[in-house]
Design a protein around this ligand. Structure first.
Ligand code: KG4
Ligand code: ZN
Length: 337
């Protein structure tokens, strides 16, 4: 019998200060998230300096809370995993330094985790990952189709050429006068409207799994601007529904195509935009065309930034014998592969 593995995960790459304890890479004993959303709302986006300051204020409390809720002491832990990138450098540094201090003080191995690997591994808190698999990662900073033939092996088969899906959501929401972050607001309005407006879908070249959302975003902004000039009103519910339909159509179609071409056993949804109700429903519907492929969609709390996902990805690296040392640094543009 293998020994149980207890991993403390720490995540501070953007605007959530998070810590969690995960057992054997499958069970979250705690998952504490202190959100700074309120502080950034009045600026309409994340202000890096404010984010760093909040992380500094919160990190110790959040880690203590995660340890307490999990009912473990540092002596019970096997290692500490932390997001090393990508993200805001000043924000990442707070988590990386906290993890280094704990690893040093308690003589624990230190593991550096890629934020997107974390989002993908959130799915392992739902069910066991079965390879080969395809992950659709849709967040505020990323839109990627990632093929994995085994643990820790990531091949990006498609990515956005301009805006990330979440970024497009947030920008369109802002133009509609909705608060930050706009994704959930558009999602809500979209369900009250109909996709009656004809908005573009960027399919790109035949066979490409890349994405592009800037054309769609510009089309929405132009339509709003032109209507305003003419003194006309555009119903925000119709606009939200039309925008969301366009984003989802492209995401879901390309994901199903890639799942088929790569012959995967599972499709995983990951990242903040995976919380989108329209996307979740549309992907479920589309995947009925591939009945042999299992679709895994994490609960909302595991889609947005959290530290349990970092602890899970960290556990896989730990089991593969991968360790960072105390020279670990934050890398705002850390590559996935
Ligand atoms: O993964 P995440 O929490 O942070 C990053 O790593 O970027 O993703 C945040 C993004 C934001 O752009 C937010 O608007 C979007 O996820 N988001 C949503 C929804 N909930 C969050 N987008 C669409 N629909 C939602 N329900
Ligand atoms: Zn994220």
């Amino acid at each position: 019998m293998n020994e149980d593995v207890y991993m403390l995960g720490i995540e501070t790459s953007c605007d959530e200060t998070a810590a969690a304890v995960v057992k054997n890479g499958r069970e979250a004993l705690s998952n504490v998230v202190a959100s700074q959303m309120e502080s950034h709302r009045r600026f309409g986006g994340v202000v890096p300096e404010i984010a760093s300051r909040h992380h500094v204020e919160q990190i110790t409390l959040v880690i203590e809370e995660a340890m307490q809720q999990a009912g473990v002491s540092f002596a019970d832990l096997d290692a500490v995993a932390v997001t090393a990138g990508p993200g805001l450098v000043g924000a990442l540094l707070v988590g990386v330094n906290a993890a280094k201090a704990l690893a040093f003080a308690h003589g624990l191995p230190l593991i550096g985790v890629h934020h997107i690997a974390g989002h993908i591994y959130a799915n392992q808190l739902v069910t066991e990952m079965k390879f080969p698999l395809l992950a659709l990662v849709v967040s505020g900073g990323h839109t990627e189709l990632v093929f994995m033939k085994e643990h820790g092996n990531f091949v990006v088969i498609g990515e956005t050429r301009d805006d990330a899906a979440g970024e497009a959501y947030d920008k369109v929401a802002r133009a509609l006068g909705l608060p930050y972050p706009g994704g959930p607001h558009i999602d809500r309005l979209a369900h009250e409207g109909e996709p009656v407006m004809d908005l573009p879908r960027a399919w790109l070249e035949e066979g490409s799994y890349d994405f592009s959302f800037s054309g769609l975003k510009s089309a929405v902004l132009n339509a709003l601007h032109n209507a305003k000039q003419r003194g006309e009103e555009i119903d925000p519910r119709q606009m939200a529904a039309s925008f969301q339909a366009s984003v989802i159509d492209v995401l879901v179609t390309k994901t199903a195509q890639a799942a088929k071409e790569y012959g995967v056993r599972q499709v995983l949804l990951a990242g903040g935009v995976a919380a989108n109700r329209g996307l979740r429903a549309a992907l479920q519907e589309k995947m009925k065309e591939l009945p042999d492929v299992e679709l895994v969609i994490p609960p909302l709390s595991l889609c947005t930034d959290n530290a349990a996902m970092i602890a899970v990805a960290g556990t896989v690296l730990y089991q593969q014998g991968k360790r960072a040392d105390l020279a670990l640094n934050a890398n705002p543009s850390l590559p996935l592969v």
